[in-house]
Write a protein that binds this ligand. Structure first.
Ligand code: 5GP
Ligand code: MN
Length: 329
């Protein structure tokens, strides 16, 4: 797709306004920004009279911590997504492979709209609304809702707030205009404290034991990452048995707080023995470049990829890539 397929908010809103049957897709293993963006836009289009459905490639259900976002029951499992719909919208998904088994729906749709904030976005839609300066895809969706003149009521606001809060790490990386958006969402009735606690601050007791085992075996390499420090931890299948994906995904947020390390990595073992890898940087090194080297992607300071081989081999690969990683600026 060429750069001419880039559309502005008004063009994208016109496409959305004209569609009567819309499939909205988030990336596989969706986070609050991907799913919240899809549900917020889905709710708005449903109010305008369209038939809508929201899905993602896997898992087959909405993760427990995100279930409260789907107040209208818009979610359908990937197996129930029709082969073709008038308009296909992919949200927070930088490349078509991140749609997993639903990637084929993009080419099958007569019109496809990609709404995203990843700098690496490959512009795989027939129309692409990509703004890599937006801190969250939900910020772009809020602009679309304003262009559509849809009232942002509490159920829609809840979805947007969840996306913005997650991608800005509880507003830490939010620009002033994004704080203004958050204020609007709170004024629409969102209970921010309760929503954030449910999304990222509440775990079953078993989480404590899992964290103790995983963090107890974490390793710090002060000389790695160009002398800026590299910390890593491994979540094996035996550690994650009995806890939800939310507990596993939370580990990186603890590991990344290590003061001696610019870069943090968490390797999460999959049932097939591969590794889902989360990378974070504080602000000096670009970890997206590391993820891209192994077929992944993301943002400069938060990226990921799927690694193969032993955990030691994957860590060695990251260590090598960090030695020549570009600066984050
Ligand atoms: P997380 O570590 O929270 O799963 O992901 C951090 C960032 O990297 C997110 O923006 C996410 O979309 C991106 N990311 C994670 N895994 C992959 C991957 O396998 N491929 C690509 N392209 N991006 C990924
Ligand atoms: Mn996002």
């Amino acid at each position: 797709m060429s750069a001419s397929d880039q559309v502005d908010v008004a063009d994208a809103a016109a496409l959305l306004a004209a569609a009567s049957d819309v499939t909205l897709l988030a990336h596989v293993n969706p986070d609050a920004d991907a799913l919240g963006s899809a549900l917020a836009l889905g709710l708005a289009l449903q109010r305008r009279g369209a038939t809508v459905r929201v899905s993602f490639g896997y898992p087959a259900e909405i993760p427990a911590s995100l279930r409260s976002l789907d107040s209208a029951g818009l979610f359908v499992p990937a197996t129930d997504v029709p082969p073709r719909s008038d308009l296909l919208v992919a949200l927070d998904t930088g490349s078509v492979d991140r749609l997993g088994p639903l990637g084929d729906r993009v080419a099958a749709a007569p019109v496809s709209l990609v709404v995203d904030h990843h700098v690496s976005n490959t512009r795989y839609g027939s129309h692409n609304l990509v703004d890599d300066r937006a801190e969250a895809t939900a910020v772009i969706v809020a602009r679309l809702l304003d262009a559509l003149a849809v009232e942002i009521d509490e159920p829609i606001a809840r979805c947007l707030y969840a996306g913005v809060a997650t991608d800005t790490v509880s507003f830490r990386f939010a620009k002033p205009e994004t704080h203004r958006l958050a204020a609007r969402l709170l004024e629409a009735g969102v209970d921010g404290a309760a929503l954030i606690r449910g999304l990222m601050d509440s775990h079953p007791f078993a989480w404590l034991g899992m964290l103790a085992a995983v963090l107890g075996a974490a390793r710090l390499e002060p000389d790695a990452a160009q002398g800026l420090g590299f910390v890593h931890a491994i979540v094996r299948q035996t550690d994650s048995a009995g806890v939800r994906s939310e507990e596993v995904e939370s580990v990186i947020d603890v590991v990344r707080s290590t003061a001696e390390a610019e870069v943090a990595a968490v390797l999460k073992e999959t049932p097939t023995g591969d590794w889902t890898v989360s990378l974070r940087a504080v602000g000096r090194l670009d970890v997206r470049s590391v993820a891209v080297r192994f077929g992944g992607g993301g943002h400069r300071l938060a990226a990921g990829f799927t690694g193969r081989g032993t955990a030691d081999e994957v860590i060695a690969g990251i260590r090598d890539a960090l030695a020549t990683a570009p600066a984050a600026t």
